[in-house]
Design a protein around this ligand. Sequence first.
Ligand SMILES: Cc1cc2nc3c(=O)[nH]c(=O)nc-3n(C[C@H](O)[C@H](O)[C@H](O)COP(=O)(O)OP(=O)(O)OC[C@H]3O[C@@H](n4cnc5c(N)ncnc54)[C@H](O)[C@@H]3O)c2cc1C
Length: 259
Amino acid sequence: MSSDTPTTDGQSAKIEWQSAVVSSIVRQTPTITSYFFRLPQPFAYRAGQHVDVRLTAPDGYSASRSYSIASSPCKMFSDPSAEIELAIERLEEGEVSPFFHAVVQENDEIALRGPLGGHFVWPEKPAGPILLIGSGSGLVPLISMLRHACRTDNDTPVALLLSARTREDVLYRDELIAYEEKLRRFSLRLAITREPPHRDKDFGRRIDAGMLGEVLGDLPAMPAHVFICGSNGFVNIAADGALAAGLPAAAIKTERYGE
Ligand SMILES: Cc1cc2nc3c(=O)[nH]c(=O)nc-3n(C[C@H](O)[C@H](O)[C@H](O)COP(=O)(O)OP(=O)(O)OC[C@H]3O[C@@H](n4cnc5c(N)ncnc54)[C@H](O)[C@@H]3O)c2cc1C
């Protein structure tokens, strides 16, 4: 992927690069770290959108990657935010993510542009319950949606089914568990694939259609919106499961992070 690659939404040409400053770095799980960026040119965004970041080597070689925005937008979508949070998972064989984990420090300047993407966003007026399905760092746009819901919309029923290898790998685990108390109509189910689950309502296996059926039972009605995010393989399985559970294809939106 090069810096000149247009994004699928066709917006990138219009959106300028800016030099964002890393204001703080917080390790979230053994493989995922949050990077908070101060934006010299603040922008308004919707929960679920992403940015591109670009790294450039002294010899001019550059590489850019997309990262979902983890923070929630200002209460009014149209208000610009001066700081955003990204949460980046380290892929051992990768180019950009290991650089963030091994090299990037507070006060570094990183080229960044956004917001990008228009289809995978929290609806302005949800038409009914919302089902969120994520795996690993695929939680990032979904946590932005939950943070947004927590600040602005305590009425829409939301169920989150999140897959992670172990309990320790559950990104924003404490925050998610706290939402079960803060949000009146929020249900959290974890699918832990490499150790037994710690809570009775969680699952100790990979996501499948039967599990989705149980999670749908947490909602008062069939979801009007389904957001699925994670690796390509995970998204395929979760989307097939959602269709098998009777959800209409038109309600399902997906974001794919890689293979
Ligand atoms: C819209 C969008 C939003 C994204 N948001 C995030 C985010 O919030 N946090 C985040 O950590 N990543 C996110 N990604 C993925 C990110 O853009 C990079 O692909 C990822 O960081 C790997 O880049 P890299 O340079 O380290 O690895 P690369 O050098 O690009 O790839 C290394 C190898 O890993 C594979 N791979 C790439 N990504 C994944 C993956 N996620 N799972 C499994 N295999 C993969 C590649 O196909 C390749 O074989 C997002 C991607 C998109 C398209």
